[in-house]
Design a protein around this ligand. Structure first.
Ligand code: ZN
Length: 384
């Protein structure tokens, strides 16, 4: 058993390595993690994914396989002037650890490393610990894993406020729309065709997509309740954001072209294809270019791994409950292939990507206890 001080120290060390996505320092944190496992008698291998390292350490034996998945990369620190402490100091102060990546998700990464090490000789199944390099950007690490590993379940220790267990997430549809018109002098406006006015009308029609009712899947009812409480009604509906627009040349010319980019977040219960076809029908006068498209995914709240993680969490946190995440995590790659994927970890999502990001040491200790309780309990939990 390592002491809690050691775990907190480990997390502070992870924060000190400025492992921004795509940076050279990803190799530093990769070696740090594999050395740490080696020092603890566990062999770890490093593979190369798009010029970045991915570290895999496997322990235990048996038929059942559990993946513990954390990302090593962080988003850039932004303006240093906004930070009270150096963003890569890993400074500990008043029960918190500060720095870029503290909440998202080096605290979670440390908790998963520690659980893998401590349980190595205590489990009758296999744990694959993986540290991926690019969750904040392309997610190629987890995509690679989802194509080659068939674990019984995947746990991602992304920040989830200790009491929330993420079992579903929204899909994304990002499109560019192009409206064409015909230019004439503005003094003869009615003889031309105004592309900006066409676009304005189309966008206003498309925004009505938020009013379409979608049915919450049965296995997600409780989780959706929680998300509606936390985030309001946007959690349960297709959100529509007209994000960027450009068009026109000068004040006295009727514009011949207008381009807009829109972003929709799609709740479980519908698909990105259905949304796309609705958009197609309701924007007849625009050309549509697909920019990004992914489906919502979820693991049912009745899944045996979800149930037993909630049970373990409730031993330490009264309000532990499932919810649906509004953003995307690497969990989607696994759920798309039918593998249960669950997001749970220390830290707060509100802290992620902000200046003065920090994580509570108390939350780290609770998450550590919950993971160890849950993973030890799996020894007697039957297969799904
Ligand atoms: Zn993250």
């Amino acid at each position: 058993m390592i002491s809690m001080e050691e775990l907190l120290g480990l997390i502070s060390e992870l924060i000190k390595i400025p492992s921004v996505s795509y940076s050279r320092e990803l190799w530093d944190i990769g070696s740090f993690i594999s050395d740490w496992f080696k020092e603890n008698g566990i062999s770890a291998k490093t593979i190369k994914i798009n010029d970045s390292p991915m570290v895999i350490a496997s322990v235990g034996r048996g038929k059942r396989r559990i993946m513990l998945n954390g990302h090593m990369d962080v988003v850039p620190e932004g303006s240093r002037k906004k930070w009270r402490y150096d963003p890569f100091s890993g400074k500990r102060h008043n029960g918190r650890i500060y720095g870029r990546g503290s909440s998202d998700m080096k605290a979670g990464l440390g908790v998963l490393m520690n659980a893998t090490k401590e349980l190595a000789d205590m489990i009758d199944y296999k744990i694959d610990f993986v540290a991926v390099p690019d969750e904040e950007v392309e997610g190629k690490g987890s995509l690679y894993l989802s194509e080659r590993y068939k674990p019984d379940a995947v746990f991602l220790a992304e920040p989830s406020n200790s009491e929330l267990i993420g079992i579903g997430e929204k899909g994304i549809l990002q499109l560019s729309l192009i409206a064409k018109g015909r230019s004439v002098h503005s003094s003869l406006a009615s003889k031309g065709e105004n592309a900006i006015m066409k676009m304005a009308e189309t966008l206003s029609n498309l925004s009505k997509i938020s009013e379409i009712k979608t049915e919450v899947p049965k296995g997600l009812k409780e989780a959706m309740e929680t998300s509606l409480q936390i985030y309001g009604e946007d959690a349960g509906r297709i959100t529509f954001n007209a994000a960027m627009i450009s068009g026109g040349e000068r004040a006295n010319v009727v514009p011949a072209e207008c381009k807009a980019t829109v972003d929709m977040r799609i709740p479980p219960g519908t698909t990105s294809d259905k949304v796309l076809s609705w958009i197609g029908k309701n924007s007849r006068e625009c050309e549509i270019i697909k920019e990004e498209k992914s489906d919502p995914t979820y693991t049912s709240q009745d899944n045996v791994y979800v149930r037993s993680l909630i049970e373990s969490a409730r031993r330490f946190v009264k309000d532990a409950r499932p919810y649906v995440i509004l953003g995307a995590t690497d969990g989607r790659f696994f759920r798309e292939r039918g593998i249960p994927a669950i997001k749970f970890g220390p830290g707060r999502l509100e802290e992620a990507h902000t200046a003065n990001e920090s994580v509570s040491e108390k939350e780290i200790i609770i998450a550590d206890k919950i993971y160890k309780d849950f993973l030890t309990g799996l020894n007697k939990t039957p297969f799904a």
